[in-house]
Design a protein around this ligand. Sequence first.
Ligand SMILES: Cc1ncc(COP(=O)(O)O)c(C=O)c1O
Length: 495
Amino acid sequence: MVRAAAGGRLAPRRARRTTARCRPPWPGDLVQKAPEEPDRTVMAMPREPESSRIRRVIEKFEIRGQRTYTPVMTVFDRSAGIFHYTPEGRRLYDFASGVLVANLGHNPRNWLKRLMDYLGWRQVLQDDTAAYVPVVPLTAYNGATELEALASERLIQTVRAQPGGARAQKIIWAASGSEAVQKALWAALAYRPARTFIWATRDGFHGKKGLAEAVTGNEESPNRDPRVRFISFPKEECIDVTVRNSGQFDPTPYERELEQLWQECDGKVACLITEPYLGAAGSFHPPAAYLQLLDRFCKEHDIVFILDEIQSCFCRTGPMFAFERYGVEPDIVLLGKAMANGVPVSVAVGRADVLDTLDYGEASDTFSGNPLACAAVLATLDCYEASGVVAHVGGLEPIMEEGLCRLKELPFVQHVRGEGMVWGVETCAHGGRDAHEMACEIIRACYAGNEEGTGIHLIGPLAKRVLRVSPPLVIGKDEAAQALELMFELCSRLV
Ligand SMILES: Cc1ncc(COP(=O)(O)O)c(C=O)c1O
């Protein structure tokens, strides 16, 4: 149900100019949920007739559970590069990239051309006469296409070409990140059938389905699988970007924990799965020595080391893959999200002896490795090779760090964490509002934007209180500085 103006509606702080089409809404326009209501209402905004109409239709026909909570459900009319445009014509800097997907920006012309060329669409669509056009099929179930062969080869070569990627020999295609996780875990369990335990890092996120859910969260989460045991992941040691690089990290307690758990599991540990950094748990980016400890321990004990780079791959942390930055060599690396710049696809890439344990049908499904996905992967790889994304992200990182750390001048911003182009801004209580409410206020204020209507699109907070800041990697340095300045200005209004 879309709630009409409920209790707690704020008055606009000062009169503002209106435009004929749409005056930019501001935080005071947002319809607030009644205090006794749980955080479940979709936002209607009075001066967004078209956006609100679309929100209402969605709310009428789709279940809420399909989305994660956000205090502002942005309606995207069109998007180009680093900007989204609302149906009312407002421009929003994209600070989410979908959810770390549109690394090359939205709808890049070169990428679209490459995609259509791979599919053979560009030429044939100019001729309107034939009802059917002779191009690669969109489904190749139980068969193969050259696109799939090319994409498999290119992906493996790309992983192998990076320091730490030497173990990439074979690939398993999947249609979503959770499926890639599931298939990698199946393979690792099949590889050493006598080893039944899976280790996962506590509070990690690997997806919501099947085994991906089983290795997500911690001992208290629902649907626990007795095969999964959790190990600690540093948080305090990387609570803020200023302490992360202090060089004070002591891996000894973590090493002790691994030794003890190894004894408890009687050495029957098939694999260990972790993320390079805890993303969904609130952007905790560990000291490299921690991941290197896991890598070393796995190698010494013949445990399959699975690094879930579904979120971090394709330059999100700077280099093409985070394993380069952290100096580790996983047995299996999981890729997803940005690898096709928006087309849904995911893969597990890794050791042939492990992945080859899955026999006919054991990792098959309708859409994995479909030609559209493979064409999108190839187009994305082409664009990365043709552009200096890696160097560009390296140049953006200090701008992001400086601009976001400036937010700590505000009384409701406590910590900033991140690397490359993936950052988390942790809020704290302020002015009678708890940290979650403050995070939601910031999202609303950024969405509402400035007097010209320019705003910032942020997704709902991670772990209730951490704002994810992850613009497309193609944002210019000046644009990044301007967008961060705008964020500071909009957040300052909440003091
Ligand atoms: C690290 C990581 N692994 C796995 C997943 C699951 O991917 P999907 O949502 O495509 O199933 C996600 C999604 O956010 C993720 O961030």
